[in-house]
Design a protein around this ligand. Structure first.
Ligand SMILES: Nc1ncnc2c1ncn2[C@@H]1O[C@H](COP(=O)(O)OP(=O)(O)OP(=O)(O)O)[C@@H](O)[C@H]1O
Ligand SMILES: CC(=O)N[C@H]1[C@@H]2OC[C@@H](O2)[C@@H](O)[C@@H]1O[C@H](C)C(=O)O
Length: 386
């Protein structure tokens, strides 16, 4: 039997992802039974409006002082409503691409905005009101994807690996591959088909910092929200002693599964360096943490495929290619959509949730047994087709 389960009825699903980069919302439609992907529908990105990023950062500050999620904080509640309504706008904008009626969509997977991830305390906090979104768009919504996994002993992340496995199963050119997502935090899925073509061995974990530290650095020094195309880093000198200091973090030696919060790594160690040198040094830390991730794989990948916004950073990609001995390409070479992949994954996971199929397995998050998850919100007057 396949790791992913038995085929079922194909559904039209929309996935919504607002990641740790806090740059906006990715929305994507796919047609899937939650086991394989029949075809892709449209995808869009909408940017967060001015000021929202600052409000999210403030909410992160509040959350970092909490012993557990404080659902009744009035400021966070208001932010949650505004974020939810922006996700409703994203759904309508996506539907307008094809002129589709909301009734033609079976389910929406709504990740929400992560404001804190504390696997050590067994909680993770994504803001987004599933009931409100379902009411606004008139489509059943699944949210809260991570809590059940944590209750089952898992890290609550990463959740995308089973989607990577679904896309690769029966479509892979190499038996052992790694899919690297360079988002705010970076994570990897290692997949090995050499023993069983339908039931691959999987390993997944957060490799270390991603774009978030570079974004924060660029914002402080240039006022732009990221090191566009890696221009700043390309002009800087790498401060090797800082890289070595950061790479001495025990996180890199920890055995997976393991995950990080956005701010577990920050710009503090490069404070005092020039804008260019700081960017070059932080970029090197991102690269070295990915190099170090390889030591945890049972077998070396024959190819690396890169998704997430970091693949647009030319300096980062150039340095990665220099440090990796094998093929390393953006996921577009597989025909995948690197900026929509996570949104697609939450559409896929929403269908799996409705079908009660596992979203996570011990090898992806450390949960004790394969675990389903997500919370379903049905709009009044709509029945859910399972
Ligand atoms: N042209 C570019 N040059 C450099 N960096 C870029 C470019 N385009 C996008 N990025 C980076 O990609 C980031 C957005 O990536 P992405 O959308 O994958 O993150 P995310 O989904 O928020 O993260 P996560 O996977 O952690 O949830 C931006 O914050 C920026 O740092
Ligand atoms: C708690 C949380 O939002 N984690 C994100 C974050 O961004 C990248 C990395 O850290 C990953 O573990 C996860 O996102 C993707 C979508 C995941 O769960 O697979």
């Amino acid at each position: 039997m396949s790791t992913l389960g038995q085929p079922g009825q194909i559904k039209c699903a929309i996935g919504l992802m607002s990641g740790t980069s806090m740059d906006g919302i990715d929305a994507a439609m796919i047609f899937t039974d939650g086991v394989s992907v029949e075809r892709l529908g449209p995808s869009i990105t909408i940017e967060y409006p001015d000021g929202l990023r600052d409000r999210i950062k403030q909410a992160m500050q509040v959350a970092s002082a909490c012993l557990q999620p404080k659902q009744d904080d009035p400021q966070i509640k208001l932010l949650e409503q505004d974020i939810t309504d922006l996700h409703a706008d994203a759904v309508f904008e996506l539907l307008s691409v094809t002129g589709q009626d909301p009734k033609s969509v079976d389910v929406v997977g709504f990740h929400g905005q992560t404001i804190m991830h504390r696997p050590d305390r067994k909680w993770t906090w994504q803001i987004g009101d599933g009931g409100r979104l379902a009411g606004r768009v008139g489509i059943p919504v699944v949210n809260d994807f991570r809590s059940a996994d944590m209750r089952a002993g898992g890290e609550g992340a990463p959740l995308v690996p089973l989607y990577h496995a679904a896309l690769l199963t029966r479509h892979h050119k190499h038996n052992t591959v790694a899919v690297l997502n360079i988002g705010g935090v970076a994570n990897v899925t290692w997949i090995d088909f050499s023993k069983d073509q339908d039931n691959p061995a999987i390993m997944a974990f957060d490799t270390g910092p991603g774009n978030a530290i570079l974004d924060d650095w660029a914002e402080i020094h240039t006022g732009t929200p990221c090191d566009t195309d890696g221009n700043l880093a390309s002009r800087g000198i790498i401060h090797k002693e800082v890289v070595m200091g950061l790479m001495a973090s025990p996180y890199f030696d920890e055995t997976p599964p393991k995950t990080l919060d956005r701010d577990d790594f920050n710009t503090q160690p490069v404070r005092g360096l020039s804008a260019e040198d700081g960017a070059a040094t932080l970029t090197e830390v991102i690269v070295e943490s990915m190099v170090s991730a390889q030591s945890h794989f049972p077998k070396s990948p024959e190819a690396w495929y890169v998704c997430g916004g970091g693949r647009h950073n030319a300096t980062l990609m150039r340095r990665l290619r220099r440090r990796f001995p094998v093929l390393l390409e953006p996921v577009e070479t597989l025909g995948w959509r690197g900026d929509a992949l996570e949104a697609e994954a939450f559409a896929f996971l929403a269908v799996r949730s409705v079908r009660d199929l596992p979203l996570t397995i011990p090898a992806t998050t450390g949960c004790q047994t394969p675990t389903t998850g997500g919370v379903l919100h049905k709009p009044i007057g709509r029945r859910l087709k399972r």
